[in-house]
Design a protein around this ligand. Structure first.
Ligand SMILES: [Zn+2]
Length: 158
């Protein structure tokens, strides 16, 4: 149900009127006057030239938006990087456990043919090699992710 307070708003906004509202408009003097005022205001606003924006508006808007744009740009670079690192770290505990089992088995196998001290030395060296390979592999992930983000940024701006 449209009230006398709602009808001027509908008219001013140019909303279509249903049958009930049209009947109310025809019967109510207050709404008829408001409709005439709304039509007058709408006609004057349509005839008026739009205001010219101040010449410094563009510069001011860009200045105001600079921190937000910079934040979004940084986020656009860091989010894929953080995602890539998170995905790469996901299997890391399983790799460590697997390597521990491998080293333990290797030590057991070596002690059957070699002295314990030498077996321990060999397994320790192999563990160091595995740690180095893992460090190098995981060290390249941020570099690769940053490279991919840079490529994506270049493709987007070509
Ligand atoms: Zn009314």
């Amino acid at each position: 149900m449209t009230t006398c307070d709602d009808l001027p708003t509908l008219l001013f906004l140019g909303q279509p009127l249903d049958d009930e509202t049209t009947a109310h408009l025809a019967a109510c003097r207050r709404c008829a006057a408001a409709a005439a005022d709304a039509r007058t205001v709408a006609a004057r606003m349509a005839a008026a030239a739009p205001p010219e924006p101040p010449p410094t508006l563009t510069a001011r808007v860009l200045h105001a938006a600079t921190p937000v744009l910079a934040h979004r740009a940084r986020r656009a670079v860091w989010m894929p990087l953080a995602r890539a690192i998170a995905v790469a770290l996901l299997p890391f505990p399983a790799i460590v456990v697997l390597d521990a089992y491998l080293l333990r088995g290797l030590y057991g196998l070596l002690t059957t043919v070699l002295p314990e001290t030498l077996s321990f030395y060999l397994v320790l060296n192999y563990a160091g090699l595995l740690a180095l390979v893992a460090a190098l592999t995981y060290g390249t992930i941020p570099l690769l992710a940053a490279h991919q983000a840079r490529l994506r940024h270049e493709v987007a701006h070509v």
